[in-house]
Ligand binder design. Structure first.
Ligand code: SAJ
Length: 418
């Protein structure tokens, strides 16, 4: 069993740290946020993810996992910090750089550094270069170098788990492991082999970085296609859900679902990392991002057009999270719709979301926004904006919408066409 220092106890780092501990490794989770550290040490996750609390509690109570605000010496360092983009859509690598600097003093001969954070191509090599300059006493690998001998292995093993199913997918998803050299890949595979039951595919770090980015871009492009269809269908007075369902009867067609837009910290972000490195060439990828980003604005315009027919319109927004059955509101398109509606001062907006206890600060103090139960929202609203397909919304009796204008962005009330 190894000692592992997981850098960053967020949405990815915490499940990974808990999983590693459950497989018998001695894990220290490092985070700069003392609140997150305290809560982890009490065995409590600071965000909701099914089955995570159970795994974490067991890891802490067996003392295989402890959280700390300081890094420790370890056999493995797993970096799982955010990689957002800046206002100009250029990647912000400041968290990865800070993580790299924080582990540098604690490397020892034989340590392996694994980057899990989704990152632009070249980031794993950037870590190697930065560590080499911080630790001139140690030897570091260079890209695809087979001859060189070195003390530290460095690899990228991009996270692939789906929020809502993270604990299961950590074990069952195939993994891509891209070392700076093949020897580095093998060192990382050793650690991941202790909990991954699926296949592990070895490649180089640049390919691994690119593979992760194209996985999410693939999904973004396909969702953009579905969103574009919904706008076209609206213009042509065609039921988009029926059209997609019928098209998907073709054996080689599988169109995704339109919605209020694309949110979360992955699919709405990662494609920009490709666009930023190849701006001229990334034409579909950029267009997809723009189409998906425009969708909440289109949805809000539709609702406002209906609302203008009422004297004191009340719009019930069903859903505020970025997707069904999670409590995460990061980059949420439904939240964007809510903001745009509220900015139209004449509309009263009622938000209903059983996954959300309170709205983000910038919205909770706004006069014309309030939160209400499903029942009250159905009862009070003139217009029902169906924005997120939570399980609880699927159980609403469709008759409750009969006397309202319904803007159904997610096909909640779509009738099967066959
Ligand atoms: N969405 C649609 N229509 C669809 C499917 C999704 O509008 O048919 C929307 C969702 O409502 C949401 C957004 O797209 O707003 C993204 O949701 P998602 O469930 O597709 O993906 P994420 O962002 O929760 O997680 C993704 C996953 N990537 C892929 O499926 C290729 C996950 O495996 C990654 O680990 C994660 O990104 C990540 O961290 O990169």
């Amino acid at each position: 069993m190894s000692t592992v220092c997981v850098v960053g106890l967020g949405y990815i780092g915490l499940p990974v740290a808990s999983m590693l501990a459950s497989r018998g490794h001695n894990v220290v989770g490092y985070d700069v946020n003392p609140k997150a550290v305290d809560s982890v040490n009490k065995g409590q996750a600071h965000f909701f993810e099914p089955d995570l609390d159970m795994l974490l509690k067991a890891a802490v109570s067996t003392e295989r996992l402890r959280a700390s605000t300081t890094v420790v010496e370890a056999d493995y360092f797993v970096i799982a910090v955010p990689t957002p983009f800046r206002a100009d859509h250029q990647p912000d690598l400041s968290y990865v750089d800070a993580a790299t600097q924080s582990i540098a003093p604690f490397l020892k001969v034989g340590s392996t550094v694994v980057l899990e954070s989704t990152s632009p191509v070249g980031t794993t090599e950037r870590i190697a270069t930065q560590l080499a300059s911080a630790r001139p006493d140690l030897r570091f690998p260079t890209y695809k170098d087979t001859a060189g001998d070195y003390d530290i292995a460095i690899a990228h093993c991009p996270e692939r788990i789906l929020p809502g199913q993270m604990v299961k997918e950590l074990v069952t998803n195939d993994r891509i492991i891209g070392g700076v050299t093949e020897k580095c890949s093998r060192a990382a595979a050793e650690l991941y082999g202790s909990f991954v039951s699926a296949k592990m595919f070895i490649t180089d770090c640049r390919t691994a970085e690119f593979v992760k980015l194209i996985e999410n871009s693939y999904r973004d492009v396909n969702i953009a296609f579905a969103n574009e269809l919904s706008v076209i269908c609206d213009k042509l007075d065609i039921d988009v859900w029926a059209a997609i369902e019928l098209a998907n009867r073709h054996p080689r067609v599988s169109i995704l679902r339109p919605g209020a837009g694309v949110g979360g910290h992955c699919i709405a972000v990662d494609p920009w990392f490709i666009v930023s490195t190849a701006p001229e060439e990334s034409r579909i990828i950029r267009a997809a991002r723009e189409i998906n980003d425009a969708k909440p604005h289109w949805v809000a315009r539709q609702i406002i057009q209906h609302a203008d027919r009422f004297k004191n319109p009340i719009v019930g927004c069903f859903g505020a999270t970025y997707k069904p059955d999670v409590e995460d509101m990061r980059e949420s398109p439904s939240l964007e719709v809510i903001k745009l509606l509220a900015a139209h001062g004449d509309i009263r907006v009622i938000v209903c979301d059983p996954m959300v206890k309170e709205l983000p600060r910038e919205l909770s103090g706004v006069n014309n926004i309030s939160m209400a139960s499903i029942d009250e929202t159905c009862h009070q609203s003139d217009i029902a904006a169906l924005l997120v397909g939570h399980r609880q919304f699927q159980q609403i009796n469709p008759n409750r919408f009969l006397n309202k204008i319904v803007v159904d962005t997610i096909g909640l009330l779509a009738k099967p066409s066959m």
